[in-house]
Design a protein around this ligand. Structure first.
Ligand code: OAD
Length: 231
């Protein structure tokens, strides 16, 4: 029996829910310069642009529904006899809406607002504006609770601990282009975990995985979960 399972998910798992990925053809980073919309410097230069970018993404994410891959991972966590942890780079809530509870949003969450001045967090309004004041310090520097390039991802201490104690590490729908997530496969493997990549096509880190499985997440993930639960 497989013991503890650590799953790393990326934009590819939500692609079939209608949410765009970043680096595929027509991906978000082909339409926007990430330096403009996903860095503290970009927010400082043009907060309206950044807020409208994330307002649009929050609206899209609220209208999207979890797909078969999100539901299969929730089923895995319910039925697997050992711990299952989802570490996601995604800022949507589709894992939770499919029933998953043990989810670490390492790149933050569209549903959250953050005061850039005092770091207070609260629930994001549907439309965030430059004149929204922090409920704690009153500063008008409300931003989405999203980890931008140049900032430190959330939950890193917990994540290193999970990787060090994983028996199986599976990356799903991620290009392996963004660090530190791209290094998780090596860390888990060095700690003794079996490693599996599930993706539409080989990622930048494919050679680091012991096993691979290619195809759309909504088909491949449920099949993989069924075989894992029968193991
Ligand atoms: P990417 O857009 O870099 O990669 C998405 C991956 O999903 C690619 O390897 C695709 O081949 C794969 N894919 C696309 N459709 C799929 C499908 N239907 N089934 C399975 N796989 C599919 O997205 P991430 O790796 O998540 O960070 O990007 C990592 C981080 O870069 C994001 O969290 C975001 C971005 O900049 C921040 O904004 C801080």
């Amino acid at each position: 029996m497989t013991g503890k399972i650590v799953l790393l998910t990326g934009a590819g798992i939500s692609a079939e829910s209608g949410l765009g990925t970043f680096r595929d053809k027509d991906g978000l980073w082909t339409q926007y310069d990430l330096n403009d919309v996903a860095t503290p410097e970009g927010f400082h230069r043009n907060p309206d642009l950044v807020l409208s970018f994330y307002n649009a993404r929050r609206k899209n994410a609220a209208q999207a529904s979890p797909n078969a891959a999100h539901f299969a991972l929730a089923k895995l966590a319910q039925e697997h006899p050992a711990e299952v942890v989802i570490v996601t780079q995604n800022v949507d809530s589709l894992h939770e809406r499919a029933g998953s509870t043990n989810v670490l949003h390492m790149h933050g969450h569209l549903a959250g607002a953050l005061c850039h001045a005092c770091q207070t967090r609260w629930d994001a309004p549907e439309i965030m504006t430059k004149s929204d004041a922090c409920p704690s310090c009153g500063a008008k520097s409300t931003r989405p609770d999203i980890v931008w390039f140049g900032e430190i991802p959330y939950y890193m201490d917990e994540i290193w601990e999970h990787l060090a104690t994983a028996d199986l590490f599976v990356a799903i729908g991620t290009s392996g282009e963004v660090y530190p997530a791209a290094d998780f496969v090596q860390i888990a493997a060095q700690a003794g975990a079996h490693t599996v990549e599930i993706n539409l096509e080989p990622s930048a880190r494919v050679s680091d995985f012991a096993e691979t499985c290619f195809g759309p997440a909504s088909e491949v993930v449920p099949n993989w979960v069924t075989s894992e639960l029968e193991r």
